[in-house]
Structure formats: structure tokens, C-alpha cells
Write a protein that binds this ligand. Structure first.
Ligand SMILES: [Zn+2]
Ligand SMILES: [Zn+2]
Ligand SMILES: [Zn+2]
Length: 163
């Protein structure tokens, strides 16, 4: 089982942003949901990097661009993006990241670097299945699970001179 680690590697991030926005347009069209300019902009800001972003940072950026933007505007946009499966909330950070596989059913599993804040979404389905199975045999009906693994990415483990 290999784990994608793109978020932790140097890469052309503009390609990530383009494909995330394209996928969002497609998915919203398929769901008959409206990706308004503001919702799209919030998604774009969430995707500015692979680091989890706080709602108040999004708000500050949005308000710089348009002073009429108020907190509920940003929270509602985030709720919409989460409901559409385009954004995940990282519970342990109370922050947000873009989903790397929107439109595909998957468990929420994340590797989180505590130094740089980079979050890599991973897919280890057997872990999800094992947990669901264990829950069932414990007499518990699991309907949602989020796994957040904290640690440090390769870049942050290297001595500063090699970064
Ligand atoms: Zn990227
Ligand atoms: Zn996801
Ligand atoms: Zn890091």
C-alpha cells in the first residue's frame, strides 16, 4: 500500500489549484449546486497551499478583497464546500484543507505536519474497513470516521541547511 505524498514534495502547485477548481465546477454541476464566485474564491484560497488554513485567515483575505465580506459569508461558503466534499475540516487544528479526491467516496485520513502545517490526505481503505468492522462487532454503527495523524514531514525533518 503506497501513500501519496505529493503535498510533502516540491511540485507545481498551480496544477493542483487548476485541477481542484475544475473538479469543483464539474462536481457542483453534477449535484446541481451553485459554485458562486465567492464560494469559488474561498475554495481557491483554501487551495493556496497544502497547509491547513484557519477560517479567520480566509476571512481576513476575503475582507481585504471585498470589505463587505462578513464572517457568516466565509462560514457559509465553507459549509457549502464541505457539504459538496470539496473541503475537509481538520478537527484537531480547527482548520481546512482542499479534498484531493472530490466526488469519490473515501474515509477522511490525514497526515499532518506539526512544524509546517502541511496536510496530506491519504487513502488507506483497509484501516477504514477494519475500524468499521471492529465498531460493528462492538455493537456500534459507524457512519463517519476521521483519522488525523500528527508528526513531521520529510522537509521539516531535514537540517535547515538542506531545505
Ligand atoms: Zn499542490
Ligand atoms: Zn478527501
Ligand atoms: Zn513539515
Amino acid at each position: 500500500m503506497s501513500i501519496s505524498k505529493q503535498a510533502f514534495d516540491r511540485h507545481d502547485h498551480s496544477a493542483c489549484v487548476v485541477s481542484a477548481l475544475d473538479a469543483a465546477e464539474l462536481l457542483c454541476a453534477r449535484h446541481g449546486a451553485r459554485l458562486t464566485g465567492r464560494r469559488r474564491r474561498v475554495l481557491e484560497l483554501v487551495w493556496r497551499s497544502h497547509q491547513a488554513v484557519k477560517a479567520y485567515d480566509l476571512l481576513a483575505q476575503m475582507a481585504r478583497e471585498d470589505p463587505s465580506v462578513k464572517p457568516p459569508t466565509v462560514y457559509r461558503a465553507l459549509d457549502f464546500l464541505i457539504a459538496q466534499g470539496l473541503v475537509h475540516r481538520i478537527e484537531s487544528l480547527n482548520a481546512f484543507v482542499g479534498c484531493v479526491r472530490p466526488g469519490q467516496a473515501h474515509h477522511e485520513q490525514f497526515l499532518i505536519c506539526d512544524d509546517c502545517g502541511t496536510v496530506q490526505e491519504v487513502e488507506v481503505p483497509e484501516v477504514g474497513r477494519s475500524l468499521t468492522k471492529a465498531a460493528t462487532s462492538a455493537g456500534f454503527q459507524a457512519d463517519h470516521q476521521t483519522i488525523e495523524v500528527h508528526g513531521r514531514c520529510d522537509t521539516c525533518c531535514q537540517p535547515a541547511s538542506r531545505r
